[in-house]
Design a protein around this ligand. Structure first.
Ligand code: 6R9
Length: 655
């Protein structure tokens, strides 16, 4: 592997830092001293964090790594995850505290206290028992962001059944493969879901999937949109018939710390999705600890909002398990950010006095595109911590976020982690870290991560390579459902000799030793022997005032190995056509100036939209198909499959 070209260090010339204010630091949950404590004795540190939870039986060993890469944490410990997220808060006298301020897309809302949450989850657990669900059974949850989705997840946890949440935007086919792989017994769904102000049917996809997947005994249906549905007698049951008549009391059983909690499917390099398996004790310990430390949650005063969908890991860990285990009061919003208008998020923040807001760079850049005058119309003064997750955040977006949403004062925490890691691994601590726009900075106390070269040797400060996790962590995946070999191959073979977990991300150290994530390694381009990250070029492009969004791919090039091809969305008001040619010339020069001539895109295409997955990740694979003049590949995981037509037709007409 070649070292990054010295001239490519544009991200590293980003040298603004934002130390925490004295007031923030004085009240922070996590201080710098935490790093020292964790470094002195990692296992003792995690044992201490486990004290955040209520255990039915103590463990006799913090970590058993003797069967690596299969970890066991808090060996011998027993707990009930749902009890930790619900009942214990009622028992400690907080039954009247609002757990969830739920906001429906059409404007309906519901406040759910911890006492009510306990009753709802108990009823759901009793209903699931009646439907034949027991410990270790799998339950597929295919729902929009309605409260029953959270009740269902917690009911599964309470019974020791594994949930497998499938994002409500996925197709019947995607649902079927996931049901089949996990052999789910029950599917929980809704009749329909609201999407951009209109009800859209959801149950037909379940009918289609279940007709082909043999394992499903029942489909439990929540009425959300009052959409007419087809009904299979004996199989389909309404939530309001079966759940509502149950007793609202249910005694939770304690399960082993390593009892499986959930499966969550994530796409891999092959077409077949991987069922990432998480277990109970270690997962909940790290989810709870990271939520407390990274977001500085104060359960008595904060109002927290994570904008993810429960169909993704961020929704699992930072809507359900982390926050609820910490007795959060949180907002859960059902809909899209521009329904009915582009200020919806800011309106919700103002309405509930949201103090902690956690979202994704792609949404931040969309907000930038819509304009800073929109958030400026709302009172956002309640905000005190802002978070980012999902992809590298370019410095421009980071600064825009802090300035326009955070009043130029709130800490911004850029949190790196994966479905596989279960919870946050690399992130600033808002009261202890001088933050740097664009950098996730340091592994959290208790976590170890390194940037290594091809041989697995740690690179020096200023150097780039692969991100690895060189010590096991409590919320690590325990495998891929039903495929031990694939687990070893995917994550543990690349640096097998060293025993490192290979995250699949490229990263760099800056001169201070802080970590900058550079995107997936398959997104790292090699141009004339120089490694250039797509992120670096994107970041340079987006820093130009005419660019709203940019995606960069490496296209095969006979001379240079790969050539840089950029797709850009220009900001409103910048004309296309002949002016477009001017704009493109200016952008090539700009990238050359920001990074160096080597990073100048071979080609820049002005497009109206970028192809994104439903979780907002840009599908560079499809852009590479365009850049290399190939037939465009599989578009089924796109949020909007017409985007590729738009892009191709725009290009043919000479844009
Ligand atoms: C939580 C989540 C994981 C991949 C990961 C990386 C990218 C996530 C990031 C980030 C840079 C961050 N990623 N957070 N890259 N900075 N703060 O997104 O999980 O959907 O499994 O994606 O997302 O490439 O490897 P998941």
């Amino acid at each position: 592997m070649t070292e990054p070209h010295a001239a490519l260090d544009n991200l590293l010339t980003e040298n603004r830092t934002f130390p925490p204010s004295e007031e923030f630091a004085a009240q922070a949950n996590a201080t710098a001293e935490l790093y020292d404590r964790a470094n002195a004795d990692r296992e003792a540190f995690w044992a201490e964090q486990a004290g955040r939870l209520s255990w039915a039986g103590g463990w006799d060993q913090v970590l058993d790594w003797s069967k690596a890469p299969f970890a066991r944490w808090f060996v011998g410990g027993k707990l009930n995850v749902a009890y930790n997220c619900v009942d214990r808060h009622v028992e400690s006298g907080h039954g009247d505290q609002v757990a969830i301020h739920w906001e429906g897309e059409p404007g309906d809302s519901r406040a759910i206290t911890y006492a009510e949450l306990q009753r709802e989850v108990s009823r759901a657990a009793n209903a699931l028992t009646e439907l034949g669900v027991g410990a270790e059974d799998r339950v597929a949850i295919y729902m929009p962001m309605v409260p029953e989705a959270i009740f269902s997840m917690l009911a599964c946890a309470r019974l020791g059944a594994l949930h497998s949440v499938v994002f409500g935007g996925f197709s019947a086919e995607a649902l079927r493969t996931r049901i089949e792989d996990s052999r789910a017994k029950l599917v929980i769904t809704t009749d329909g879901q609201y999407r951009r102000g209109k009800p859209a049917p959801l149950k037909p996809a379940v009918d289609e999937a279940v007709a082909k997947a043999g394992s499903v005994e029942h489909v439990l249906v929540v009425k959300r949109t009052d959409t007419e549905v087809e009904w299979t007698e004996g199989r389909d049951v309404w939530w309001h018939d079966v759940v509502d008549r149950q007793s609202d009391r249910h005694t939770p059983e304690a399960f082993d710390a390593e009892h499986p909690l959930f499966i969550l499917y994530t796409s891999g390099t092959t077409g077949r999705p991987k069922g990432i398996l998480h277990t109970s004790g270690g997962y909940l310990v790290q989810s709870s600890y990271t939520h407390h430390a990274v977001f500085d949650l104060k359960p008595d005063t904060d109002v927290y909002w994570c904008t993810a969908d429960i169909g993704w890991v961020t929704g699992h860990t930072y809507i359900v398990y982390g926050p609820l285990s910490n007795r959060v009061t949180q907002v859960v919003y059902e809909g899209t950010p521009n329904t009915p208008h582009e200020g919806r998020h800011w309106e919700i923040i103002q309405k509930y006095g949201v103090s902690i807001y956690y979202t994704a760079p792609t949404l931040i850049r969309t907000f930038m595109k819509w304009g800073a005058d929109i958030p400026a119309k709302y009172d956002l003064s309640s905000l005190r911590v802002l978070g980012s997750v999902g992809e590298p955040i370019n410095p421009e977006a980071w600064i825009w976020y802090r300035e326009n949403i955070g009043a130029g004062t709130t800490p911004v925490v850029d949190t790196w982690w994966q479905t596989e890691t279960g919870s946050i691994m690399i992130s600033p601590l808002p009261g202890a870290t001088s933050t740097k726009p664009g950098s996730a900075q340091r592994p959290l106390p208790g976590i170890s991560a390194k940037v290594v070269d091809d041989q697995g040797v740690e690179v020096a400060k200023g150097g780039g390579g692969y991100l690895v996790l060189d010590e096991p962590w409590p919320s690590m995946l325990r495998g891929i459902w039903g495929d031990e070999e694939r687990y070893r191959d995917t994550y543990w073979s690349r640096f097998g000799e060293q025993g490192f977990y290979f995250a699949g991300d490229g990263a760099k150290y800056d001169a201070d030793g802080d970590i900058w994530l550079l995107g997936r390694v398959d997104d790292v381009m090699n141009v004339s022997g120089h490694r250039i990250s797509t992120t670096e070029v994107e970041s340079a492009l987006v820093s130009h005032p005419t660019v709203a969004e940019a995606a960069v791919v490496g296209a095969t090039d006979a001379t240079t190995g790969q050539g840089i091809v950029a797709f850009v969305i220009l900001r409103g008001g910048v004309a296309e056509g002949s002016d477009g040619a001017e704009a493109i010339k200016a952008l090539r020069e700009h990238v050359a100036k920001e990074i160096g001539p080597i990073a100048k895109p071979r080609q820049i295409m002005v497009v109206p939209e970028l192809p994104k997955t439903r979780s907002g990740k840009i599908m560079r694979r499809l852009l590479r198909d365009v850049a290399e003049n190939r037939q465009i590949g599989d578009v089924t995981t796109l949020a909007d499959s017409s985007v590729m037509d738009l892009i191709s037709s725009g290009l043919k007409s000479g844009a």
